[in-house]
Design a protein around this ligand. Sequence first.
Ligand SMILES: Nc1ncnc2c1ncn2[C@@H]1O[C@H](COP(=O)(O)OP(=O)(O)OP(=O)(O)O)[C@@H](O)[C@H]1O
Ligand SMILES: [Mg+2]
Length: 245
Amino acid sequence: VPTGNKAASASAPVVFIAGTDTGVGKTLLTALLLCWLRETGVNALAVKLFSSGGTGDARLLQSLQPRWLQLDEIAPYRYRLPLAPAVAAECEGHEVSCESATRHIQKMRARCQLLLVEGCGGLLTPLGRNYSFLELIQIIGGHTIVVAPNRLGAINQVMLAVRVLQLQTKGSRSLAVALMNVQRARNPAVRTNAKVLSQLLRVNVETIRHFTAGTQSRRRFAILSKILQKTLAGLLPSDTVCPLR
Ligand SMILES: Nc1ncnc2c1ncn2[C@@H]1O[C@H](COP(=O)(O)OP(=O)(O)OP(=O)(O)O)[C@@H](O)[C@H]1O
Ligand SMILES: [Mg+2]
Protein backbone atom coordinates (compact mmCIF):
# COMPACT_ATOMS: atom_id res chain seq x y z
CA VAL A 1 0.00 0.00 0.00
CA PRO A 2 1.49 3.36 -0.91
CA THR A 3 1.72 5.52 2.17
CA GLY A 4 2.66 8.92 0.81
CA ASN A 5 5.93 10.77 0.75
CA LYS A 6 7.32 9.63 4.08
CA ALA A 7 7.57 6.20 5.64
CA ALA A 8 4.87 4.97 7.97
CA SER A 9 5.67 3.97 11.52
CA ALA A 10 4.17 1.14 13.58
CA SER A 11 3.50 3.49 16.46
CA ALA A 12 2.60 6.73 14.78
CA PRO A 13 1.19 9.28 17.23
CA VAL A 14 -2.58 9.50 17.40
CA VAL A 15 -4.36 12.82 17.82
CA PHE A 16 -7.98 12.58 18.96
CA ILE A 17 -10.31 15.41 17.92
CA ALA A 18 -12.96 15.37 20.64
CA GLY A 19 -15.97 17.65 20.83
CA THR A 20 -17.91 19.17 23.69
CA ASP A 21 -20.95 18.47 21.48
CA THR A 22 -22.04 17.64 17.98
CA GLY A 23 -21.73 20.36 15.32
CA VAL A 24 -18.93 22.25 17.06
CA GLY A 25 -16.28 22.26 14.33
CA LYS A 26 -14.46 18.93 14.74
CA THR A 27 -14.49 18.14 11.03
CA LEU A 28 -13.40 21.63 10.06
CA LEU A 29 -10.46 21.44 12.47
CA THR A 30 -9.54 17.90 11.41
CA ALA A 31 -9.53 19.02 7.77
CA LEU A 32 -7.30 22.01 8.56
CA LEU A 33 -4.83 19.91 10.55
CA LEU A 34 -4.78 17.22 7.89
CA CYS A 35 -4.09 19.67 5.05
CA TRP A 36 -1.48 21.59 6.97
CA LEU A 37 0.41 18.45 8.04
CA ARG A 38 0.29 16.94 4.55
CA GLU A 39 1.38 20.23 2.93
CA THR A 40 4.40 20.33 5.26
CA GLY A 41 5.38 16.81 4.21
CA VAL A 42 4.03 14.82 7.15
CA ASN A 43 2.24 11.67 6.01
CA ALA A 44 -0.82 12.28 8.17
CA LEU A 45 -4.14 10.48 7.68
CA ALA A 46 -7.54 11.26 9.19
CA VAL A 47 -10.39 8.95 10.11
CA LYS A 48 -13.93 9.51 11.30
CA LEU A 49 -14.51 6.09 12.87
CA PHE A 50 -18.22 6.49 13.58
CA SER A 51 -20.77 8.49 11.65
CA SER A 52 -24.52 8.62 11.89
CA GLY A 53 -27.05 10.45 9.78
CA GLY A 54 -24.85 10.92 6.72
CA THR A 55 -21.41 10.53 5.29
CA GLY A 56 -20.62 14.22 4.70
CA ASP A 57 -17.70 14.34 7.13
CA ALA A 58 -16.20 11.12 5.79
CA ARG A 59 -16.50 12.27 2.17
CA LEU A 60 -14.89 15.60 2.97
CA LEU A 61 -11.98 13.90 4.73
CA GLN A 62 -11.70 11.44 1.84
CA SER A 63 -11.42 14.31 -0.66
CA LEU A 64 -8.40 15.65 1.24
CA GLN A 65 -6.46 12.37 1.40
CA PRO A 66 -4.62 10.10 -1.02
CA ARG A 67 -6.88 8.49 -3.60
CA TRP A 68 -6.02 4.95 -2.51
CA LEU A 69 -7.77 5.49 0.82
CA GLN A 70 -11.25 3.94 0.73
CA LEU A 71 -14.35 5.26 2.49
CA ASP A 72 -14.49 2.04 4.54
CA GLU A 73 -11.02 2.80 5.85
CA ILE A 74 -11.80 6.44 6.69
CA ALA A 75 -15.28 5.86 8.12
CA PRO A 76 -15.77 2.15 8.75
CA TYR A 77 -18.78 2.39 11.08
CA ARG A 78 -21.67 4.25 9.46
CA TYR A 79 -25.27 4.47 10.61
CA ARG A 80 -28.20 5.81 8.65
CA LEU A 81 -30.07 7.35 11.59
CA PRO A 82 -28.93 10.69 13.07
CA LEU A 83 -28.47 9.24 16.56
CA ALA A 84 -25.63 8.51 18.94
CA PRO A 85 -23.86 5.49 17.37
CA ALA A 86 -24.79 3.11 20.21
CA VAL A 87 -28.45 4.09 19.87
CA ALA A 88 -28.38 3.89 16.08
CA ALA A 89 -26.73 0.47 16.40
CA GLU A 90 -29.65 -0.82 18.45
CA CYS A 91 -32.15 0.42 15.86
CA GLU A 92 -30.18 -0.77 12.85
CA GLY A 93 -28.88 -3.98 14.38
CA HIS A 94 -25.13 -3.83 14.01
CA GLU A 95 -23.18 -2.90 17.07
CA VAL A 96 -19.45 -2.22 16.91
CA SER A 97 -17.34 -3.53 19.76
CA CYS A 98 -14.71 -1.42 21.46
CA GLU A 99 -12.13 -4.01 20.35
CA SER A 100 -13.07 -3.56 16.67
CA ALA A 101 -12.87 0.21 16.96
CA THR A 102 -9.47 0.18 18.64
CA ARG A 103 -8.20 -2.42 16.15
CA HIS A 104 -9.15 -0.12 13.27
CA ILE A 105 -7.26 2.79 14.84
CA GLN A 106 -4.19 0.58 15.33
CA LYS A 107 -4.40 -0.64 11.73
CA MET A 108 -4.60 2.91 10.36
CA ARG A 109 -1.83 4.33 12.54
CA ALA A 110 0.52 1.71 11.10
CA ARG A 111 -0.01 3.25 7.65
CA CYS A 112 0.98 6.84 8.39
CA GLN A 113 3.19 9.11 10.44
CA LEU A 114 0.39 10.74 12.39
CA LEU A 115 -3.25 9.67 12.65
CA LEU A 116 -6.04 12.17 13.28
CA VAL A 117 -9.19 10.55 14.73
CA GLU A 118 -12.35 12.65 14.68
CA GLY A 119 -14.89 11.83 17.39
CA CYS A 120 -18.61 11.44 16.87
CA GLY A 121 -20.81 13.84 18.82
CA GLY A 122 -19.31 14.73 22.21
CA LEU A 123 -16.59 13.11 24.31
CA LEU A 124 -19.02 10.85 26.23
CA THR A 125 -21.48 10.10 23.41
CA PRO A 126 -22.02 6.32 23.56
CA LEU A 127 -20.35 4.66 20.60
CA GLY A 128 -21.16 1.11 21.64
CA ARG A 129 -22.62 -0.75 24.60
CA ASN A 130 -19.96 0.20 27.12
CA TYR A 131 -17.68 2.78 25.61
CA SER A 132 -17.37 6.30 24.27
CA PHE A 133 -14.56 8.30 22.64
CA LEU A 134 -13.08 8.67 26.14
CA GLU A 135 -12.50 4.91 26.41
CA LEU A 136 -10.84 4.86 22.98
CA ILE A 137 -8.50 7.64 24.15
CA GLN A 138 -7.79 5.70 27.35
CA ILE A 139 -6.98 2.49 25.49
CA ILE A 140 -4.95 3.91 22.60
CA GLY A 141 -3.36 6.86 24.40
CA GLY A 142 -2.21 9.99 22.68
CA HIS A 143 -2.93 13.64 22.37
CA THR A 144 -6.46 15.03 22.57
CA ILE A 145 -7.80 18.29 21.18
CA VAL A 146 -11.05 19.40 22.81
CA VAL A 147 -13.09 21.38 20.27
CA ALA A 148 -15.81 23.77 21.44
CA PRO A 149 -17.77 26.62 19.89
CA ASN A 150 -16.45 29.95 21.16
CA ARG A 151 -19.47 31.52 22.80
CA LEU A 152 -21.01 32.23 26.20
CA GLY A 153 -21.05 28.89 28.05
CA ALA A 154 -17.86 27.56 26.47
CA ILE A 155 -15.86 27.88 29.69
CA ASN A 156 -18.09 25.39 31.50
CA GLN A 157 -18.34 23.02 28.52
CA VAL A 158 -14.59 22.93 27.95
CA MET A 159 -13.81 22.56 31.65
CA LEU A 160 -16.16 19.58 31.95
CA ALA A 161 -14.51 17.80 29.03
CA VAL A 162 -10.95 18.62 30.06
CA ARG A 163 -11.51 17.66 33.71
CA VAL A 164 -12.92 14.29 32.66
CA LEU A 165 -9.93 13.70 30.39
CA GLN A 166 -7.49 14.71 33.09
CA LEU A 167 -9.15 12.45 35.66
CA GLN A 168 -9.76 9.47 33.41
CA THR A 169 -6.66 9.28 31.24
CA LYS A 170 -3.54 8.37 33.10
CA GLY A 171 -0.10 9.10 31.79
CA SER A 172 0.51 11.97 29.47
CA ARG A 173 -2.73 13.93 29.78
CA SER A 174 -1.51 15.62 26.67
CA LEU A 175 -4.23 17.94 25.48
CA ALA A 176 -5.12 21.28 23.95
CA VAL A 177 -8.32 23.24 23.38
CA ALA A 178 -9.60 24.67 20.10
CA LEU A 179 -12.25 27.37 20.39
CA MET A 180 -14.10 27.72 17.10
CA ASN A 181 -15.43 31.16 16.24
CA VAL A 182 -18.66 29.77 14.83
CA GLN A 183 -20.21 33.24 14.59
CA ARG A 184 -18.84 36.36 13.05
CA ALA A 185 -19.87 38.51 16.04
CA ARG A 186 -17.17 39.02 18.63
CA ASN A 187 -19.01 39.53 21.93
CA PRO A 188 -17.23 39.85 25.32
CA ALA A 189 -17.31 36.07 25.92
CA VAL A 190 -15.75 35.35 22.52
CA ARG A 191 -12.96 37.83 23.26
CA THR A 192 -12.13 36.52 26.75
CA ASN A 193 -12.83 32.73 26.73
CA ALA A 194 -9.40 31.63 25.52
CA LYS A 195 -7.45 33.58 28.12
CA VAL A 196 -9.74 32.51 30.97
CA LEU A 197 -9.58 28.84 29.96
CA SER A 198 -5.82 28.77 29.58
CA GLN A 199 -5.44 30.30 33.04
CA LEU A 200 -7.92 27.94 34.65
CA LEU A 201 -6.75 24.74 32.94
CA ARG A 202 -3.08 25.48 32.22
CA VAL A 203 -3.38 23.90 28.78
CA ASN A 204 -2.81 25.50 25.42
CA VAL A 205 -5.97 27.14 24.10
CA GLU A 206 -6.14 28.31 20.49
CA THR A 207 -8.91 30.24 18.77
CA ILE A 208 -9.84 29.36 15.19
CA ARG A 209 -11.20 32.46 13.51
CA HIS A 210 -14.52 32.58 11.74
CA PHE A 211 -14.54 31.55 8.07
CA THR A 212 -17.20 32.58 5.66
CA ALA A 213 -18.98 29.63 4.08
CA GLY A 214 -17.34 28.57 0.85
CA THR A 215 -16.22 25.58 -1.13
CA GLN A 216 -14.63 22.84 0.89
CA SER A 217 -11.97 22.04 -1.66
CA ARG A 218 -8.50 20.74 -0.90
CA ARG A 219 -7.09 24.00 -2.28
CA ARG A 220 -9.17 26.14 0.07
CA PHE A 221 -8.19 24.05 3.12
CA ALA A 222 -4.55 24.22 2.06
CA ILE A 223 -4.72 28.04 1.87
CA LEU A 224 -6.62 28.40 5.16
CA SER A 225 -4.35 25.99 6.97
CA LYS A 226 -1.26 27.87 5.79
CA ILE A 227 -2.70 31.12 7.14
CA LEU A 228 -3.48 29.35 10.41
CA GLN A 229 -0.28 27.34 10.70
CA LYS A 230 0.90 28.85 14.00
CA THR A 231 -2.49 28.27 15.58
CA LEU A 232 -2.64 24.69 14.29
CA ALA A 233 0.89 23.97 15.52
CA GLY A 234 -0.17 25.20 18.95
CA LEU A 235 -2.82 22.49 19.10
CA LEU A 236 -0.40 19.62 18.45
CA PRO A 237 2.29 18.32 20.80
CA SER A 238 5.59 19.73 19.55
CA ASP A 239 7.45 16.48 20.21
CA THR A 240 5.21 14.52 17.84
CA VAL A 241 5.19 16.94 14.95
CA CYS A 242 8.60 18.58 14.82
CA PRO A 243 10.71 15.41 14.50
CA LEU A 244 8.61 14.33 11.54
CA ARG A 245 9.54 17.31 9.39
N1 LIG B 1 -14.19 28.68 12.57
C1 LIG B 1 -15.38 28.54 11.98
N2 LIG B 1 -15.83 29.44 11.09
C2 LIG B 1 -17.02 29.28 10.48
N3 LIG B 1 -17.84 28.24 10.69
C3 LIG B 1 -17.45 27.32 11.57
C4 LIG B 1 -16.22 27.41 12.26
N4 LIG B 1 -16.11 26.32 13.05
C5 LIG B 1 -17.22 25.59 12.86
N5 LIG B 1 -18.03 26.19 11.96
C6 LIG B 1 -19.31 25.71 11.45
O1 LIG B 1 -19.93 24.85 12.38
C7 LIG B 1 -20.61 23.82 11.69
C8 LIG B 1 -20.25 22.49 12.23
O2 LIG B 1 -18.90 22.21 11.90
P1 LIG B 1 -18.36 20.73 11.76
O3 LIG B 1 -19.14 19.98 10.76
O4 LIG B 1 -16.89 20.82 11.58
O5 LIG B 1 -18.73 20.20 13.22
P2 LIG B 1 -18.55 18.74 13.83
O6 LIG B 1 -18.23 18.91 15.27
O7 LIG B 1 -17.61 17.97 13.01
O8 LIG B 1 -20.02 18.14 13.65
P3 LIG B 1 -20.47 16.58 13.74
O9 LIG B 1 -20.81 16.33 15.17
O10 LIG B 1 -21.66 16.53 12.84
O11 LIG B 1 -19.34 15.74 13.25
C9 LIG B 1 -20.27 23.93 10.22
O12 LIG B 1 -21.35 24.48 9.51
C10 LIG B 1 -19.08 24.84 10.19
O13 LIG B 1 -19.00 25.60 9.06
MG1 LIG C 1 -17.85 16.18 12.07
